[in-house]
Design a binder for this molecule. Sequence first.
Ligand SMILES: Nc1ncnc2c1ncn2[C@@H]1O[C@H](COP(=O)(O)OP(=O)(O)OP(=O)(O)O)[C@@H](O)[C@H]1O
Ligand SMILES: O=P(O)(O)OC[C@H]1O[C@H](OP(=O)(O)OP(=O)(O)O)[C@H](O)[C@@H]1O
Length: 233
Amino acid sequence: MDQPLASPDRGTFAGDQPLVLALPKGRILDELAPLLGAAGIVPAADFHGSSRRLRFETNDPALDVVRVRSFDVATFVAFGAAQIGICGADVLMEFDYPEIYAPLDLGIGRCRVSVAEPVGESETETLGRRSRVAVATKYPNIARRHFATKGIQAEVVHLNGAMELAPSLGLAKLIVDLVQTGSTLKANGLAETEVIAQISSRLIVNRTALKTRPEAIGDWLSRFRAALDKVAA
Ligand SMILES: Nc1ncnc2c1ncn2[C@@H]1O[C@H](COP(=O)(O)OP(=O)(O)OP(=O)(O)O)[C@@H](O)[C@H]1O
Ligand SMILES: O=P(O)(O)OC[C@H]1O[C@H](OP(=O)(O)OP(=O)(O)O)[C@H](O)[C@@H]1O
């Protein structure tokens, strides 16, 4: 796993500065919009446009938002560069940062992390007789841990997308990837063979920030809880 060099929490800063909320760009952000609205968070006007800016003020002078890649939300929060954030449980499982507390399931971004193989092949069935397997994935740690529980060493081919191409192009017989409708697997001649974990997006908090700024962070947790109730009603 690539780890930033500095120690976690170096960025957890003084109480008079705005809290920073790290938001993932991409699909979660689209699903998140009603929840942010219900929590009363209105980012500066250019947040949803084509601005090249990455940090935005909000209607609340005590909160700024930053827009980063989904995988990087966890890293910004673990290192205290952002005090709170929103990302998929898949990302939390992959990094397993002890500095992150994930108190709230937001119920969006629902999918699962699964193992898949080419339709008609029985790689998964023969796994019990093997000690190693090649796996293409964006989740090397999840894949290694999953196969290790079966006593199998996963030789990971680390890709950042298009895992579904790996079996047909001879990179690896198995993939570990996200599945929601299953249509991406189907379109690429693959079938889901095992579900490793059910996934949804979580509100995450830097543990040190929770200790140093308990009122501010506690207040945001309450606002997100209330927003979830409001959106569900
Ligand atoms: N098909 C899906 N259905 C529901 N949720 C998904 C799906 N794919 C991904 N997710 C969730 O959304 C998060 C972000 O998805 P993904 O990694 O595909 O990023 P993205 O939106 O394409 O942006 P980027 O890769 O540029 O950061 C994942 O970590 C996962 O929690
Ligand atoms: O089961 P489905 O409903 O087909 O969804 C699964 C697909 O969704 C995600 O990809 P995404 O669309 O985010 O593309 P990317 O991984 O290339 O970013 C995931 O990596 C799968 O490829």
